[in-house]
Design a protein around this ligand. Structure first.
Ligand code: NAD
Length: 483
């Protein structure tokens, strides 16, 4: 039997209860009566403590050399790997993704830490020729100060790590406020950072309500930068609060990602990509494919192959080896996805596969994946992010029409095309409005060393991961030395 434990906040190097003395329980979506763990319902007072610790410790942390800071990140990466089974099991029990996916995400966390540990040895500025022959001029990247991270529940290991690792290596101290629904997993991530021996106050972790702790981070003038991933409505509130006080922010938000299948595509590959990209993690990825736009000449063939593969999808507890797709992460998600499926039918789309709840002995939030056809661009299921296992098939005559349809939403996170025609591919690369442009590959799935982020309503223009993170977590000094 797995443990049920209460997790504390981590502030100034100590695990502390909240001043509220209140706890919030986190439940297993595959077995909703099972408590995975409890976390603190923190107060503004707790947050103030965390901010003050982070501010104080930043004075010393920024003085360490890049390679010295990197050593801490390498240690944290090793600890991630040593604890992979326990972190991944908690992740599966807390938000429902399969154990294979959870292990992959934890490994990704270790790889991100190693990438940024190495970043501590790379250049931190440029030598710039001066008009004055006797002068030396160069730029130097410097940290911002305290960085606050507000994260969602769908990647409770990878997203906190891809924000914290670059913030730390460039000399900032951090405060992580994870989504309540996945705070136990995030606490396990912080345990690894704790064991890695970072100086006290460099890493702070505080759980609680978004409207209290998230908003508090956004409003606090001692938090120089706020990195947010989550829904658009929350993102816009954070943007307003941080911008008003002159802080730096980045927002990574929703998606409504299209996958285009051209007549010349390898249909089997495209089918695999639609199912993996659309339904893995129960469709709860910001990059998941939700609109599958298919050219009419191969539509029937594509649809039949898609349905026959969809039949084989096993829905169940992610801890079981034969599960392909786990439950929706929460009851709210489950209800919301069901509502979208109803709306799709009411608005005239044809539900050609699944879409019903799957009964389960422990009453989890299981849904069969849903596949719709005859979906038009004005329908709700073609416009709004569902964040669940729902695919909308749309038929088009040409690639130009496919791209126009793909762009006809407010979002612009990820998009892919399956085609062997170089002209189609080049047109797609040029004309698609998406930050992540994928050719013959699913919309979900990104590499940690490349910039990540969306266009239009999906992002606030900044990018995460790879070298791009340096732009966000540092500012520049231009130094001029007259000889
Ligand atoms: P959410 O917006 O509800 O919550 C995200 C975080 O914001 C949580 O920590 C929450 O507690 C906090 N929060 C809530 N209200 C707040 C407030 N008023 N002020 C400050 N913080 C507040 O999102 P979610 O449901 O956890 O995650 C799902 C969303 O995240 C989807 O829209 C998905 O597309 C998006 N997402 C985007 C990316 C990306 O990189 N673009 C990646 C993963 C998820």
């Amino acid at each position: 039997m797995s443990e049920t434990k209460t997790y504390l906040n981590f502030i100034n190097g100590e695990w502390l209860p909240s001043s509220s003395k209140e706890l919030v329980a986190s439940y297993n979506p595959a077995s909703p009566s099972e408590i995975v763990g409890s976390v603190q319902n923190s107060t503004e007072q707790d947050l103030e403590k965390a901010v003050s610790a982070a501010k104080q410790s930043q004075k010393l942390w920024r003085k360490l050399s890049g390679p010295e800071r990197g050593e801490y990140l390498y240690k944290a990466a090793d600890l991630f790997e040593q604890n992979i089974d326990s972190i991944a099991e908690t992740l599966t029990r807390e938000m429902g993704k399969t154990l294979v996916e959870a292990k992959g995400e934890t490994k990704r966390g270790a790889a991100i830490l190693r990438y940024y540990a190495g970043e501590g040895m790379r250049k931190e500025g440029d030598l710039i020729p001066s008009a004055d022959r006797s002068a030396l001029m160069f730029s130097k990247r410097v940290p911002l100060g305290v960085a606050g991270m507000i994260t969602p529940w769908n990647f409770p290991v990878a997203i906190p790590v891809w924000k914290m690792a670059p913030a730390l290596i460039y000399g900032n101290t951090v405060i992580l406020k994870p989504a309540t629904e996945a705070s136990v997993t995030a606490a396990k991530v912080i345990e690894c950072f704790d064991q890695a021996g970072f100086p006290k106050g460099v890493i702070n972790f505080i759980t609680g309500r978004g409207s209290v702790i998230g908003q508090g981070l956004a409003e606090n003038k001692d938090v120089s930068a706020v990195s947010f991933t989550g829904s658009n409505s929350t993102g816009r509130q954070i943007e307003k609060a941080v911008a008003e006080r002159g802080g730096k922010y980045q927002l990574e938000m929703g998606g409504k990602n299209p996958l285009i299948v051209a007549e010349d595509a390898d249909i089997d590959l495209a089918v695999e990509a639609a199912l993996n990209g659309g339904l893995r993690s129960t469709g709860q990825k910001c990059t998941c494919s939700s609109r599958v736009i298919v050219q009419e000449g191969i539509y029937q063939d594509f649809k039949e192959k898609l349905l026959s593969k969809a039949e084989k999808i096993t829905v169940g507890d992610g801890l079981k080896e034969d599960t392909w797709m786990g439950p929706c992460a929460t009851k709210d998600q489950f209800e919301n996805v069901k509502k979208y499926i109803d709306t799709g039918q009411k608005e005239g789309a044809n539900l050609i596969f699944g879409g019903s709840p799957v009964s389960h002995e422990k009453g989890g939030y299981f849904l069969q994946p849903a596949i719709f056809e005859n979906v038009t661009s004005v329908m709700t299921i073609a416009r709004e992010e569902i964040f669940g296992p729902v695919l909308a098939l749309m038929k088009v005559t040409s690639i130009e029409e496919a791209i126009e349809l793909a762009n006809n939403v407010e979002y612009g996170l990820s998009a892919s095309i399956f085609s062997k025609n170089i002209n189609h591919i080049l047109t797609f690369i040029d004309d698609i409005e998406a930050g992540l442009v994928r050719i013959n590959s699913e919309t979900a799935g990104v590499e940690l060393q490349a910039p990540f982020g969306g266009m239009k309503a999906s992002s606030s223009f900044s990018r995460e991961q790879g070298e791009a993170a340096k732009e966000f977590y540092t500012t520049q000094k231009t130094i001029f030395i007259k000889g």
